[in-house]
Design a protein around this ligand. Structure first.
Ligand code: ADP
Length: 479
């Protein structure tokens, strides 16, 4: 109201005859300047409101409402229609900025004869003032005080919405129509946080020391978890310890003890026909305390059902399924129904919390020096890439480092053979029968990388001295 009175006074003063009325001119100037100052303040209010309201994350508003913070509900109501809110702020901001420019031009017109000078002066002067006091300073303040400032401006914004109601209705409608015409959805706010943003935040969180290194790693693993399939975490068929259905309970206990596993699958005929799983606890309990002590208790009586899952199943789904069914072990089958391996809860949990090593278990990846690691054949390519910061292909038809070597060689390999791929030398260290048990990976120095053709396999018997310089290996590879 006070503003409109001032505006009227300024306009009335302009209409008064100027000649000889010095008092009137200075009065007009003073009133005009006061109006401009008020308009700058309003401009700052609208600009800072825009930043505060649209930078305030949705979860913070919900949090404040839950905590019963004063005016938080009003902020929530305003934000429930972001398009209307933006139009309110923009209409308000543009009105005050343009009014400021017009008044400044008219005021300067009192002092300059030529029509161009006041226009130029007011254009540049008002631009500078608006930029500084109507935009930059208030916006910086709002960025730093998003929460408290959005609460403070909520009531004035609501009042503005009432005062400018007719204009806002018209511009709300018009902007929506124009948006539709140019094919824009007009969405002012995207989902307030995306998966990628969270991942980027985790990255920068670690860089800036907000997150510890192991917290960062665990969070990263959680994100990777839902892209992991069972094949990547299972224990392969070759390592499965199982007993045939017709084994005795004593034999089954013996197998458990020797293998160090508490659960073992029981099969009929071959591993491709797993009937279920026995737990050492049941075997021992029934052997010692069972009701049927007359010796006719069979292994088959103690078999618990198990799940058969395809190797391509996602681990997060399987983990939920196993928890619901209270099962700790599942049998992994391939597309032909052949048993590929087994997977336990531990295999999946390890994907999030990292390797859980028991007793004499060795590290799957052993760091020799900065450029060299010793890796067990069944280790996933992804883990090797991470350990050595290299870029071996992931997500192809092989999961493990052994799979990669076989794929590159196109045949069985022997101890001592070497592959060079994309600046990484892979030496087969240990082979049992046909299986690659251990490989040594060395990151070659850049100058040698350029000379090395991609993925050459060197026959066994060629120089494999692990201490030789990468350059020597390059020679032998090229030969
Ligand atoms: P356990 O403690 O009985 O060995 P866990 O569930 O803790 O069982 O699994 C530890 C690791 O041993 C996992 O990698 C799992 O795949 C593997 N494992 C468990 N049972 C067997 C089994 N019968 N044969 C081969 N590997 C197994």
């Amino acid at each position: 109201m006070a503003l409109s009175v001032l505006l009227e006074a300024v306009l009335a003063a302009f209409e008064a005859p100027v000649v000889g009325l010095e008092i009137d001119r200075s009065m007009v100037t003073i009133l005009g300047l006061i109006t401009i100052v008020i308009l700058i303040a309003l401009s700052g209010f609208f600009s800072s409101s825009e930043i505060a309201m649209f930078n305030l994350p949705k979860h913070r508003i919900e949090g404040m409402v839950e905590e019963g913070v004063d005016r938080a509900e009003l902020v929530e109501t305003l934000k429930s229609d972001p398009h209307r809110l933006l139009v309110t702020i923009l209409v308000g901001n543009n009105l005050v900025n343009i009014a400021m420019s017009s008044i400044a031009t008219a005021l300067l017109g009192l002092y300059f004869e030529s029509g161009l000078t006041p226009v130029l002066l007011s254009t540049f002067g008002v631009t500078a003032i608006v930029l500084l006091f109507g935009e930059s300073v208030p916006k910086s303040y709002a960025v730093e005080n998003t929460e408290s400032w959005s609460l403070s401006v909520s009531r004035p914004l609501k009042v503005t919405e009432y005062v400018l109601y007719p204009l806002i209705i018209v511009f709300d409608y018009l902007t929506r129509q124009v948006n539709r015409l140019i094919g824009s959805s007009g969405a002012i706010e995207s989902p307030y946080v995306t998966r990628d943003e969270i991942q980027e935040m985790i990255e920068s969180g670690e860089r800036e020391g907000v997150l510890e290194e192991d917290e960062h790693e665990m969070l990263q693993r959680i994100f990777r978890f839902n892209n992991t399939i069972v094949k990547e975490v299972m224990t392969p068929r070759l390592d499965m310890t199982a007993v045939p259905k017709d084994a005795s309970i004593d034999e089954a206990i013996e197998t458990c003890i020797q293998s160090g596993h508490a659960r073992i699958p029981v099969y009929e005929g071959s591993l491709d026909n797993v009937m279920g799983v026995v737990h050492i606890r049941d075997l021992v309990r029934d052997l010692n305390y069972g009701e049927t002590n007359d010796g006719d208790l069979e292994l088959a009586d103690l078999i618990q059902p198990t799940l058969h899952v395809p190797e391509s199943k996602n681990v997060d789904e399987l983990l939920t399924e196993m928890r619901e069914n209270r099962m700790h072990m599942a049998i992994v089958i391939d597309e032909f129904g052949t048993t590929e391996g087994l997977v336990t809860m531990e295999d999946m949990v390890e994907e999030i919390i990292g390797e859980i090593l028991e007793g004499g278990e060795e590290q799957p990846i052993e760091e020799i020096d900065e450029r060299t690691v010793l890796v067990r054949g069944e280790v996933n390519i992804e883990d090797v890439n991470e350990a050595l910061e290299i870029d071996l292909p992931e997500g192809e038809e092989f999961e493990t480092i052994a799979g990669f070597i076989f794929n590159r060689a196109g045949r069985l390999v022997e101890e001592g053979e070497e592959i060079t791929y994309d600046g990484v030398r892979i030496t087969v260290e240990d082979v049992e029968n046909t299986r690659i048990m251990m490989a040594r990976l060395t990151k070659l120095e850049q100058e040698h990388v350029e000379e090395v053709p991609d993925a050459d396999v060197v026959e066994a018997g060629e120089p494999t001295d692990n201490d030789v310089e990468p350059g020597d290996v390059t020679d032998s590879t090229v030969e």
